[in-house]
Design a protein around this ligand. Structure first.
Ligand code: GAL
Length: 662
């Protein structure tokens, strides 16, 4: 089952969002019906945070209100994505099961009054979640409006309580087998941490000083598995009654607690939420990053954008007032990269509650507003793109991303606090996006032979198997760029001895890193090719590689900074510092040329995004998004699905979906 299954049911791409009619009255519902038709809404997510209404007291369900809304929406031509409400247990639940409330690392038990007030490892919570998922599925299994099941909301809440401790120990026993193996893996010979019974082993709660790195990474792995187990229970409770696709909305951008690859394998269709925080081009590039990731998680299958905002999100860091035209540009950005539509949080802006000021498709101001007009414009555009349903996107370049590598950098006591996984992966994607190239994300241990170029920006932790895999990739003809501080530890967080990185990678890259030299926050170094590095430097030896750029001063003067190794029929490049944007962009361009990868469409200026969607029957469409204030001539004129006309140029800030030659 894929997002295609959903669009088959809808008869077009999806457009709509979270709908919370329980916050409103009948008159408003009547207006919703009219305005949803106007905005071409065809899919709404219902019930995400409705547990208190659906189960007003333990074991007594009340579905009557939901029945009425689903029937009303159905009569209005709107399909539903029914959510299980388990991200927000009602107050009665937490009072009846206080041990189900989450505990922070310092031992504070959180109380209800917000959302995500649960410990996912609590047996009472898990049982209640299974029950309500099953009850909903039994009720709505065959409803003609039902397009999709939406389990929970943005899994990723962690807990350090005693339930979590019990579940963690069970997980550790399964992973390590014996206490001796655990002691060995965690290096408990250091600081007198040796465990002599399983009961002594705790989640990494607040400690006096640095926590054990093996324990930190294993705790993340444990929770990632526990989250998937909790999802599976609900999914299976639903599947016992219904054959419609089941998913959960992944929050890939901020929620760094998921093993997104393993999780995606469990989903009938990958769905994800995205809220860029930086304005302008940065927002578009960030949307492209997480759209490419969402597609890659499903192995290239169509996916669905479950949530985006029309404008501002919250306070502080999270403010992004979208500019006029950005709703459409972002919507098409996701669709360009394989989403089978675009949904929002939420349909109607709340008048009360914690997200009163969060933008929506229909703002407080009502339909006579810029934002609603943009919503309608985006709805019309999506409605014109039905032909794209089921078409896919292909990429010749992959950026490696792995949860283990991400969690490894959360350990205490690392040589630099500035090894930021998300930033490094984001910078690699951004440089490729700037170059106009479509990018997949890939795991370091998966088959990479389909890619001409693979970029590995952040692989501090690298297993032996993954290092072998990278060796095979280059040997077989691939071009690989590995960046600083790679392969320093194995999958137990044990340092590699005899020189970094992992042996198979050393052989592939033809280098040996002898010493790491993190840079101070204000320190900037120069390379012999004129580029500049920050964050990190290394004293490395070439062992077969050629030096393309060297450090120019200090103790590293004359030593290799950027190397290339011809290995097998491919090339392994190593960059031992974090280059400034211009230097890194130039390096990426050079690598693309070496690997024979051209931009998706030729001759487009910077700031014009172009991605191609391919249909199985050979048809293809170029989605073009002009993020610049200039009119941009097109390489050749073509029929545009959005306007139904032949276009020769893109208006400032304009978009087009052009039919391509077969
Ligand atoms: C998402 C969440 C929604 C809403 C939204 C606000 O993370 O799923 O319920 O809170 O953020 O941006």
């Amino acid at each position: 089952m894929t997002a295609r299954g959903i669009t088959d049911r809808l008869g077009s791409l999806a457009f709509g969002g979270d709908y919370n009619p329980e916050q409103w009255d009948e008159e408003t519902w009547r207006e919703d019906d009219v305005l949803m038709r106007r905005a071409r809404v065809n899919l709404t997510t219902l019930g995400v945070f409705s547990w208190a209404l659906l189960e007003p007291e333990e074991g007594r369900y009340d579905f009557s209100w939901l029945d009425a809304h689903i029937d009303r929406l159905h009569a209005n031509g709107v399909a539903v994505d029914i959510a299980t409400p388990t991200a927000s247990p009602p107050p009665w639940f937490t009072l009846a099961h206080p041990d189900s409330l989450a505990v922070t690392p310092d031992g504070t038990r959180l109380v209800h009054g917000s959302r995500d007030t649960y410990c996912l490892a609590s047996p009472a919570y898990r049982a209640a979640a299974r029950r309500i998922a099953g009850a909903l599925a039994e009720r709505y299994a065959d409803h003609p409006a039902l397009a999709l099941w939406h389990v929970h909301n943005e899994y990723g809440t962690l807990c350090w309580c005693d339930h979590a401790a019990v579940a963690f120990r069970i997980w550790l026993r399964a992973r390590h087998g014996t206490l001796d193996a655990l002691n060995d893996a965690w290096g408990t010979a250091f600081w007198s941490q040796r465990y002599t019974s399983w009961e002594q082993v705790l989640p990494p709660r607040a400690t006096q000083y640095h926590k054990n790195p093996g324990q930190t990474v294993d705790f993340h792995r444990f929770w990632a598995d526990e989250i998937i187990a909790a999802y599976r229970e609900q999914r299976d409770a639903i599947r016992a009654h219904s054959d419609r696709p089941v998913t959960t909305n992944l929050m890939l951008q901020y929620n760094l607690r998921l093993d997104m690859w393993a999780f995606a394998d469990e989903l009938d269709v990958v769905t994800s939420d995205h809220y860029p925080m930086a304005p302008g081009l940065d927002a578009a590039a960030n949307a492209a990053h997480y759209a490419d990731l969402s597609r890659s998680l499903g192995g290239g299958r169509p996916w669905l954008l479950m949530e985006q905002g029309t404008s501002t999100v919250y306070d502080g860091e999270q403010v992004l007032g979208k500019e006029p035209g950005e709703v459409l540009r972002h919507t098409l950005g996701y669709i360009a990269r394989g989403s089978e539509g675009a949904l929002f949080f939420q349909w109607r802006q709340s008048r009360a509650g914690a997200e009163t000021w969060h933008s929506a498709m229909l703002p407080h101001a009502g339909p006579d507003s810029r934002i609603f007009r943009e919503t309608v414009g985006a709805g019309e555009a999506v409605a014109a793109l039905g032909a794209l349903a089921g078409s896919t996107v292909t990429a010749q370049v992959a950026v490696l991303d792995s949860p283990d590598a991400m969690w490894a950098l959360e350990a205490n006591g690392l040589p630099s606090k500035r090894l930021d996984h998300q930033a490094m992966v984001g910078a690699a994607h951004r440089a490729l996006w700037d170059a106009g190239v479509t990018v997949d994300f890939a795991r370091p241990d998966q088959d990479l032979s389909g890619y001409r170029l693979v970029v590995a920006p952040s692989l501090f932790l690298l297993s032996d198997e993954a290092a072998e895999n990278l060796r095979r990739y280059v040997e077989g003809g691939g071009t690989l760029l590995v960046q600083h501080a790679a392969g320093y530890v194995d999958d137990r967080m044990h340092a590699r001895l005899g020189g970094y990185p992992a042996p198979a990678l050393r052989e592939t890259l033809g280098i040996r890193v002898e010493e790491h030299r993190p840079l101070r926050t204000d320190q900037r170094i120069t390379l012999s090719d004129g580029s500049h590095g920050t964050v990190w430097s290394e004293s490395l030896h070439t062992e077969g590689a050629e030096t393309l750029a060297a450090y120019t001063h200090g103790m590293l003067e004359g030593r290799p900074a950027l190397t290339r190794h011809r290995f097998g029929t491919g090339q392994g490049w190593y960059l031992s510092t974090w280059l400034d944007d211009a230097g890194y962009g130039a390096l990426v361009q050079r690598l693309l040329k070496e690997a024979g990868v051209a931009p998706e469409l030729p001759d487009l200026p910077a700031g014009v995004e172009a991605v191609t969607r391919h249909a199985p029957d050979g048809r293809r469409w170029h989605v073009l998004i002009n993020h610049t204030p200039d009119t941009v001539p097109l390489p050749s004129s073509a029929h545009d699905l959005l306007t139904g006309t032949t276009l020769a140029e893109l208006a400032p800030g304009g978009c087009a979906v052009l039919e391509g030659a077969r």
